[in-house]
Design a protein around this ligand. Structure first.
Ligand code: AFP
Length: 300
């Protein structure tokens, strides 16, 4: 069975990018261990004022230290850090964006959560998703999986009992599908979002939403449909972050033949103005995104 390293070599990735992806993948083992030792909430809030699980800060500090010490990255921006970290001594120009623990409120309920990573070249994180060299997420579910795109389709690897990632699904393609998940609540949705949801519900769409973006997206990648976190009446930019969530997962979605949108344009075409910026998110099958953009046509 093809290992992650063998795949990266066969895809022709530069040696340093291979090393970076392998290094990130290896952090799933200590992260899984830490779930057992970091269960309680602490009395801290992240920069967005949300309640923060101890695991968020731990995973953030852990990955930042490991990548910072690797000499492979020049910059790192994390959902959990106010400022972009700069590593002047790095011998490489990779820049990493990450959500170290996506869906962290679900840890206490033992539902799946994940780590989302985007890798740019050029030494800066302030780039659009079109410039990504690679994107991946590790999903901590019954298995630990690593879903990866280096711009050549999407491959899913599963960690075996020896900690080796082996190819589980090759060249994933998002089926059209009927599943949908949406953040926000009905009274808070903007009108075009409500119209879209009501239309697909009429057509028999089935709800699937846990509150963990990576887990919910992985279901869409597998069975088709759409994940949404829309603009809300009081929050026109929605909740999710462009750099840490939308861009890396959006890259994977588009590489799997899916589409992404903020209601009007691909998430990969948005040029970030600041690291923590938010965006409405639609990620899923092409037919679903067509309906979203039709619902938003002539608005905003
Ligand atoms: P964090 O746990 O990293 O803050 O992310 C949670 C999240 O951004 C995303 O993973 C979920 O899909 C979404 O928020 C859930 O939000 P709601 O609880 O408002 O539905």
């Amino acid at each position: 069975m093809t290992t992650l390293r063998e795949y990266l070599e066969s895809a022709g990735c530069e040696a340093a990018l291979q090393d970076l992806i392998m290094l990130i993948g290896r952090q799933a083992a200590p992260i899984r261990e830490a779930f057992i030792t970091h269960q309680a909430y602490v009395d801290t809030e992240n920069v967005f004022g949300e309640q923060q699980a101890a695991m968020d800060t731990w995973a953030d500090a852990w990955i930042t230290r490991v990548l910072g010490e690797s000499g492979l990255i020049r910059e790192l921006a994390s959902e959990e850090q106010e400022e972009v970290s700069v590593f002047p001594d790095s011998t490489h120009e990779y820049a990493v964006v990450m959500d170290p623990m996506d869906g962290s409120s679900l840890i206490q309920t033992n539902l799946s959560v994940g780590t989302i990573i985007g890798i740019f070249g050029g030494g800066t994180v302030m780039q659009s998703g079109r410039n990504l060299k690679a994107a991946l997420y590790m999903l901590y579910g019954p298995m630990t999986t690593l879903t990866l795109s280096v711009g050549q389709g999407v491959q899913v690897f599963a960690m075996d009992k020896d900690g080796e990632y082996r190819l589980l699904h090759q060249d994933m393609k998002i089926p059209e599908g009927k599943n949908y998940g949406t953040g926000g609540t009905r009274p808070t949705w903007v009108a075009p979002h409500r119209a879209f949801i009501e239309a697909i519900e009429e057509e028999g769409a089935k709800i699937r939403y846990t509150g963990s973006f990576v887990a919910d997206f992985h279901q869409i990648l597998t069975y088709g449909g759409i994940y949404c976190y829309p603009a809300l009446n009081e929050k026109p930019k929605g909740k999710l972050r462009l750099l840490y969530e939308a861009i890396p997962v959006g890259f994977i979605a588009e590489q799997a033949g899916g589409r992404t949108s903020d209601g009007h344009q691909s998430l990969l075409d948005i040029v970030p103005e600041e690291p923590h910026q938010r965006t409405p998110i639609y990620v899923g099958s092409p037919g679903m995104i067509r309906k979203v953009e039709a619902a938003f046509e002539g608005t905003g």
